[in-house]
Design a protein around this ligand. Sequence first.
Ligand SMILES: Nc1nc2c(c(=O)[nH]1)N[C@@H](CN(C=O)c1ccc(C(=O)N[C@@H](CCC(=O)O)C(=O)O)cc1)CN2
Length: 293
Amino acid sequence: MTQYVLTAEGPSGRGLVAGLATAAAAQSCNILDSAQFVDTESNRFFLRMLLRDEAAVGPHNLSAAFDAAAAPLCLQAQVHDAARKSRIAVMVSRFGHCLNDLLYRSRIGALPVEIACVISNHDLYGDTVREQGLAFHHIPVKDDKAAAERRQMQVLRDCGIELVVLARYMQVLSAEMCHEMSGRIINIHHSFLPSFKGAVPYQQAHEKGVKLIGATAHYVTEDLDEGPIIEQDVVRVTHAQSMGDFVSLGRDVEAMVLARAVHAHATHRVFLNGQRTIVFPPSPGSFVSERMG
Ligand SMILES: Nc1nc2c(c(=O)[nH]1)N[C@@H](CN(C=O)c1ccc(C(=O)N[C@@H](CCC(=O)O)C(=O)O)cc1)CN2
């Protein structure tokens, strides 16, 4: 039986969960997993349900039913096919560890995404990407950033991209691109934000003598490394380690944090809440890979 993710948000109030759960039952949907949260500061309600469509009602009828149930509750509801993979583009510069990790996780089905193409301002990973049957677009960013970005945006439109993942892409995106793709570009920053923004966080961290380094996955906005945080993690370091050691230790935590963030976005668990996010936990079984050994 087909499963769907219901997402809903809007002004908080009484009877919201009941209203949506009643609508689910009326459509013969079994609620397999449910999470909701009220931000009492903003008085905003957020909900995510995993539904099993036991009467094969189908996505269009379910969308209509939940729109009808949500309207009197002043909620915006969306129904997503839980099995559908988001079409993503990965953008990379010189460091390929996050790209390789995403390619692997996507290939084994551990990430519910379809990598439609890879875009890079360098030609280092063209063979790696094309060997996996994927499109690789080398778009150098020389002195005309705007021209390069116009080419990037054209590729994203032509490929029907739903999410852009900056996998250590080291160019600042224009305000125009950030606005056009608002909420649909995820970046991995190689520090535990808000510490050490910018292009060389490991150098900053080493100079500061930190005992933890980290990685932060966030939505991209025109304000560099200031976008809503989706996922973070850290790893211990010591006084005896060099900046190069930090770079090596950081690779794994960067890749892990980025994969967690992409998984959360692709399974409709992330909600924007002003400058922050709400990230619901993964539903049971959502990490089961198609190729489990
Ligand atoms: N508009 C935004 N663009 C980008 C963001 C963002 O949050 N908003 N995140 C960065 C990633 N990043 C750190 O994680 C980062 C990348 C690059 C730079 C930077 O100063 N780049 C220089 C060129 C550096 C080079 O050529 O090697 C520049 O663009 O002039 C800072 C931070 C991705 N983009």
